[in-house]
Design a protein around this ligand. Structure first.
Ligand code: ASP
Length: 344
């Protein structure tokens, strides 16, 4: 072996053994600059209720499972929880009393699937995954999405719980559409009935995970803004708005008033800012600032939050208003953390 190639071999071997010693891992595809994932697998999701959802994802990630399987399993937990009135079964309905679900999922190869305005199926995320895996399309909406789900073995059920019907009937007394800012910094506590502090009229679960192979996936699912117009679709099922995953760079997801996120294609913007070198929290902050620049007066009255994770497993979040929080689970971190916000 020539001395220069021998030197290169020794350097590479030393890097590999250092990684083995510290429990980190070099990514095979990162030839020029080895990226060391510090704490994978890892899962990050929006809001306090993300903690329970992360635990579901962790069951899969900790056994070496795929990030895509983990995020699907994770968000199915709040989808099935009738006490969570902003996602899946028990979600608050639109102004006509229909619970309509929006969801999307994206894997490490830019594969993605989405359902919009889906009724009567609890696990919208699994229908979105099936759209991704079994059709030539990316989005199915409304009755077409429902027919597709039924044809593929999903069971129809009424998603409107008595609690959510009661909240809707209460809302009908004034029929004033005004998204509340969810300012309570709180952990979702299942023992309280139904949501602590009264029903929130919006809050989505967006979840992103990195598996042991260093691959990223994300999922996002919601019943959308409570008392919205029938047929309204928010940011959550729109790839690039509510969720975006780029396996080379990172992933981002959003919550809050979806119309403002769609305008700036928020999650894609956050990922592109990370591509330019921003840390996850900084990328989320810049996306939030873009919303403020467009409409400073409106921004004072609404909530939008982003969370992001980069390929190194670094994560962060940022929101317009205080009260937004995100949940993290990895080998070394389990918890719910407040995001920094523009307004204090
Ligand atoms: N982004 C969701 C929507 O606009 C709601 C939320 O996350 O609060 O439908």
């Amino acid at each position: 072996m020539a001395s220069s190639s021998r030197r290169k071999f020794l350097q590479t071997a030393a890097l590999g053994s250092a990684a083995a010693l510290t429990g980190t891992r070099l990514l095979a595809h990162e030839k020029k600059v080895p990226v060391i994932i510090k704490d994978n697998p890892i899962v990050v999701s929006t809001w306090g209720f993300g903690k329970e959802a992360n635990a579901g994802a962790w069951e899969i990630l900790s056994k070496g499972g795929r990030a895509l399987d983990a995020v699907e399993a994770g968000v199915k937990i709040p989808e099935a929880d009738p006490k969570n009135q902003t996602i899946g079964y028990g979600g608050l309905p639109d102004r006509d009393g229909h619970v309509t679900l929006d969801a999307c999922i994206m894997d490490e190869n830019y594969n993605c699937g989405s359902v919009m305005c889906l009724e009567n199926i609890v696990h919208a995320i699994s229908v979105a995954r099936m759209v991704m895996e079994k059709t030539p399309h990316i989005v199915l909406a409304g009755d077409g999405a429902l027919q597709f789900a039924l044809a593929n073995g999903f069971k129809a059920q009424n998603l409107l719980t008595p609690e959510s019907e009661k909240a809707w009937k209460e809302w009908l007394k004034t029929a004033n559409y005004h998204p509340e800012i969810n300012i309570e910094n709180r952990l979702y506590d299942k023992s309280k009935d139904p949501m602590p502090g009264g029903p929130d009229n919006h809050d989505t679960i967006g979840m992103m995970a990195i598996d042991v192979n260093g691959n990223l996936s994300g999922a996002c699912t919601t019943s959308g803004m409570a008392f919205k117009m029938h047929g309204r679709v928010g940011d959550s099922p729109i790839i690039g708005a509510g969720l975006y995953v780029d396996n080379e760079i990172g992933a981002a997801t959003s919550t809050g008033v979806g119309e403002e996120v769609i305008r700036i294609v928020g999650s894609h913007l956050v990922v592109e800012l990370m591509r330019l070198g921003r840390a996850p929290e900084d990328a989320c902050r810049e996306a939030v600032e873009r919303i403020i620049q467009r409409s400073p007066e409106k921004a004072k009255e609404i909530q939008v939050g982003f969370i992001a994770i980069n390929k190194n497993g670094e994560y962060g979040g940022y929101s317009l208003q205080p009260g937004f929080e995100y949940a993290v689970q990895s080998k070394s971190v389990t918890g719910v953390f407040p995001a920094k916000s523009h307004y204090k």
